[in-house]
Write a protein that binds this ligand. Structure first.
Ligand SMILES: Nc1ncnc2c1ncn2[C@@H]1O[C@H](COP(=O)(O)OP(=O)(O)O)[C@@H](O)[C@H]1O
Ligand SMILES: C[C@@](O)(CCOP(=O)(O)O)CC(=O)O
Ligand SMILES: [Mg+2]
Length: 397
């Protein structure tokens, strides 16, 4: 029986360059955000697994013997190197009462939970009787990697209670992280959770959620950036809902339909990521304005490419126009189709300019906030290390 409570979190992400192209083997540059998803796990002695996901309105509970019987009924083995199969997902949908084609947030979140719970317990031993609550500071389905942060938290918690990885938080410590080897296992399983939610993810989001910081990602190869300057970014949520799964599938269709036209666009995005990496790694920690024109132009070019790929949206065009009227450069981030855009703020951008841009963006019905990047990856917390708002959300519910 598992007797410890766990509090852990994983960050969301911003993709600077390479969204969509990264699904097709190109380079992406991504950074962890200081907005996180938190998971609280408590032992419970009732022979059940309880799951509460207030962000997507899920409250579910299953008897552990029923979960064990369900797992035994699967013909195919679960493994972290195997994609969830259509048959496995169909069986889980039937078990959870989810309609065959359902893609609503609550359905995908429940399905990802059940898949990870069964697959991890099949490999490492039963998930004990526990009560799990996931709460997030991230908007859901807005391009900031909420799906990956959710999958990383689930992987870390489930692998810990099954004994596949250690629980590194010692008495008296405020935070702790796992070893590289354990993080690799968390990342691998989180990728499977992302597969349930996204269909065909690249793996960049779960890599950032696991390792944090700033990294280059290509075809599963994760390379931390050598040096990352203090970049100031304005994040704007257009609040237009969209689904990563649908947008990624749409981009693939376009590439298959017009390979000779679309492949050069993907190559160009790859070159943008590489150029941006060189500029970032050449920048001192507190960079002077002279580095910024190139970064701004790269934002502009990539935004046009993303429109070509089919990831644009009128709300994102508007966001770019509004910020351009203040001399600022923006692009979408994540899957696009609505969701969030990022605006680069130069060290010499006056606070008055930022305030005026924010005012105009809010007048469009958008929400914006200035943010720090390069946050730590998946982390275990003591309750005293969490701020009052997070504690309230996790402990009072
Ligand atoms: N806090 C959360 N609790 C449960 N599920 C979540 C949470 N955040 C995200 N998800 C899952 O991730 C999905 C959104 O993922 P996605 O479309 O990739 O957008 P993004 O990752 O950009 O936020 C939701 O439909 C839901 O299934
Ligand atoms: C479009 C894509 O490059 C990023 C998707 O990010 P998000 O789910 O919109 O936060 C897909 C992927 O890399 O898996
Ligand atoms: Mg996602």
């Amino acid at each position: 029986m598992w007797e410890r409570s766990l509090l852990l979190s994983a960050p969301g992400k911003v993709i600077l360059h390479g969204e969509h192209a990264v699904v097709h083997g190109k380079v992406a540059l991504a950074v962890a955000l200081d907005l996180r998803t938190f998971l609280r796990l408590r032992p419970c002695g009732e022979g059940r697994v309880h799951v509460r996901l207030p962000g997507v309105g899920v409250v579910r509970s299953w008897e552990t013997p029923r979960l064990q019987a369900l797992r035994r009924g699967f013909a195919a083995d679960f493994d972290e190197s195997k994609s969830p199969s259509v048959e496995q997902l169909d069986t889980l949908k039937e078990f959870a009462g989810i309609a065959a084609g359902a893609s609503a947030p609550e359905s995908l979140a429940t399905l990802a939970f059940l898949y990870m719970c069964l697959a991890i317990s099949a490999k490492y031993g039963d998930v004990p009787s526990v009560d799990i609550l996931v709460w997030s500071e991230l908007p859901t389905g807005a391009g900031l990697g909420s799906s990956a942060a959710y999958a990383v938290c689930l992987a870390a918690a489930l692998l810990t209670v099954c004994g596949a990885i250690s629980c590194p938080l010692k008495e008296g410590e405020s935070t702790a992280r796992w070893t590289e080897e354990e993080l690799t296992l968390i990342n691998t399983w989180a990728f499977q959770g992302e597969r349930v939610i996204h269909g065909n993810p690249s793996g960049v989001d779960n890599a950032v959620g696991t390792w944090g910081g700033a990294l280059r990602y290509q075809s599963g190869k994760i390379t931390p950036l050598k040096r990352v300057p203090m970049l100031k970014i304005l994040l704007t949520n257009t609040k237009v809902p969209r689904s990563t799964k649908v947008l990624v599938a749409g981009a693939k269709q376009k590439i298959l339909k017009f390979p000779a036209i679309m492949n050069p666009v993907l190559d160009s995005i790859d070159a943008i990521s590489q150029e941006c990496q060189s500029v970032l790694e050449a920048m001192p920690e507190n960079p002077s304005p002279e580095y910024y024109p190139v970064l701004e132009e790269l934002f502009d070019i990539n935004q046009h490419h993303l429109n070509v790929i089919g990831a644009g949206h009128p709300s994102l065009d508007r966001l770019c126009r509004v910020t351009a009227s203040h001399g600022l450069h923006s692009k979408l981030t994540g899957a696009g189709g609505g969701g969030c855009g990022i605006t680069l703020l130069r060290p010499d951008t006056s606070p008055l300019t930022v305030e005026a841009a924010k005012r105009d963006l809010c007048a469009c019905g958008f929400e914006c906030w200035e943010t720090n990047i390069g946050a730590p990856g998946v982390t275990l917390h003591s309750s005293s290390s969490l701020n009052a708002k997070v504690l309230h959300a996790l402990l009072e519910s």
